[in-house]
Design a protein around this ligand. Structure first.
Ligand SMILES: Cc1cc2nc3c(=O)[nH]c(=O)nc-3n(C[C@H](O)[C@H](O)[C@H](O)COP(=O)(O)OP(=O)(O)OC[C@H]3O[C@@H](n4cnc5c(N)ncnc54)[C@H](O)[C@@H]3O)c2cc1C
Length: 435
């Protein structure tokens, strides 16, 4: 039987495994295996909500092993360490329990494939800025988002104790990078602060207890989005009391401050790095597989590696042309479209038919600005122009993106049950986690 191995169960990989399991796996035409370093999946665009405690992670995780069982594929936990291209094997590292002194749970293994799909996503790119890796927190994984949440909570509790002792100092937060992640996080932090005040974690006297500074090297926030979205978001963030600095790149991150090129020093109890991505280093170490400067696998229009026709890549870890000048952006909507394309393409490959070409369609971007508002542009509706949306309607559309992902991987019934369950769980609970 043809063996398809997908490495990375994120926005693109999990959807592809689910679709292939439901078609080829169920019909017994191929053996589909998903590999991920973690046992559960959380949709990455939710991580800023995890970091601010407004999302209950237990309610929004998909357990790979159970999901695989229901959708006719196999799941293997472990981190990909390399690929033996000649022998068509993926090298998987040992799984260790870090909380239990590094006890080995599973040994290192090799998995054989006929078709390999790399869907490893991306990590933070620190661009070599001194101190950034050591002193800044990132939002690459659920673990990191949880760590940030705990640090934010601890910092607020600490400052509140100082306040009670007569010292009135805010929690200073610096967010580096005003792309979608940085902007959404800044807005979400205000929701966290309001709930902390409501429940007495911070004193309810109306003073801004979190001083949030958003630092952007480009000339405006949200540089990848239209100017209108950028201007509107800038005004909304200022309305939320977020200080914004543009056209000034960060040159150093210290334990308690951030320095910029213009000589500005921003005090920071916590620094969050949300500027730029690169694909995992392991991809650059694959013998003879061509990658670009940020480790993304260079793929053709069929999403096949330029160096090996048995290797495909999708999502953030793939470098794929969109137009003659632009590459497909690292977005969940691109990973989703590529998963749909690859589902059909891999069936065609097994049946010996032509694979076809992937064509990315930009549907626009939406930026969440807290619990009840969002802003963005919708593309592909009116010919050659995008439509500006904001407010509650935009927020409803933003929320629909996650429901769409849930539907794609779990089906309509599970999505509706999850929606109702999450609504019920909110009854009688604070809007953000307090512990
Ligand atoms: C806070 C935040 C907000 C975002 N908001 C949006 C948004 O609103 N809209 C949008 O379109 N995009 C958004 N994005 C970007 C979006 O999340 C990514 O583009 C998308 O998740 C990419 O999908 P992927 O399948 O390529 O990778 P991912 O979803 O990142 O999945 C990669 C998977 O690979 C696994 N993995 C990694 N390395 C290994 C290894 N060596 N071995 C085994 N497994 C491995 C990981 O555990 C993970 O499960 C946001 C990102 C962040 C961080």
């Amino acid at each position: 039987m043809h063996r398809i191995v997908i490495v990375g169960g994120g926005a693109g990989g999990l959807e592809l495994a689910t679709r292939l399991g439901g078609s080829l796996g169920k019909a017994g035409c191929a053996q589909v295996t998903l590999v991920d370093r973690w046992p559960t999946h959380v949709w990455k665009p939710l991580l800023h909500e995890v970091a601010t405690g407004s999302l209950d992670t237990h309610a929004h995780q998909i357990t790979y092993a159970a999901h695989a069982h229901w959708h006719h594929f196999s799941f293997v936990q472990g981190e990909m360490k390399g690929v033996e291209r000649g022998a068509r094997q993926v090298r998987i590292g040992a799984v260790v329990d870090a909380e239990d002194g590094g006890t080995e749970v599973l040994p290192a293994r090799n998995i054989e494939y006929d078709t390999l799909v790399l869907a490893l996503g991306s990590r933070t790119h620190f661009f070599g800025v001194p101190g950034a890796e050591e002193n800044a927190i990132t939002l690459d994984s659920l673990e990191q988002a949880e760590r940030l949440r705990k640090r934010l909570l601890q910092a607020c509790v600490r400052k509140q104790a100082m306040r009670e002792g007569g010292k009135c100092e805010p929690v200073q937060l610096a967010i580096i990078g005003a792309g979608a992640t940085g902007v959404e996080l800044a807005a979400e932090l205000r929701r966290m602060e309001a709930t902390f005040r409501q429940f007495g974690v911070l004193s309810p006297d109306g003073h801004t207890s979190m001083r949030i500074t958003l630092l952007e090297a480009g000339s405006r926030i949200l540089p990848a989005l239209t100017e209108k979205v950028s201007v509107s978001t800038h005004a909304s963030l200022e309305g939320l009391g977020v200080s914004i600095s543009v056209s000034d790149s960060v040159t150093r991150v210290g334990p308690q401050s951030v320095e910029t090129k213009s000589g500005h020093v921003v005090p920071a109890d916590i620094t969050i790095w949300a500027a730029g991505i690169k694909a995992p280093e392991v991809l650059a170490s694959l013998d003879g597989v061509s990658v670009n400067k940020i480790n993304q696998i260079k793929v053709s229009s069929s999403l096949q590696s330029e160096s090996d026709e048995n290797i495909f890549a999708l999502g953030d870890c793939a470098s794929c042309s969109w137009t003659s000048e632009r590459m497909v952006p690292p977005r969940a909507q691109a990973a989703h479209q590529q998963a749909i394309f690859l589902h059909k393409a891999l069936i065609a490959r097994i049946e010996g038919r032509p694979i076809g070409s992937f064509q990315y369609k930009d549907h626009g971007s939406l930026i969440s600005l807290g619990s009840s508002t969002a802003v963005g542009n919708l593309a592909g509706i009116a010919p050659s122009r995008s439509i500006f949306v904001e407010g509650l309607i935009a927020k409803a559309m933003y929320a629909a993106l996650y429901r769409k992902h849930l539907m794609a991987v779990s089906g309509l019934r599970c999505m509706l049950v999850a929606l109702i369950a999450s609504g019920l769980r909110r009854v009688g609970a604070p809007r953000v986690k307090l512990h």
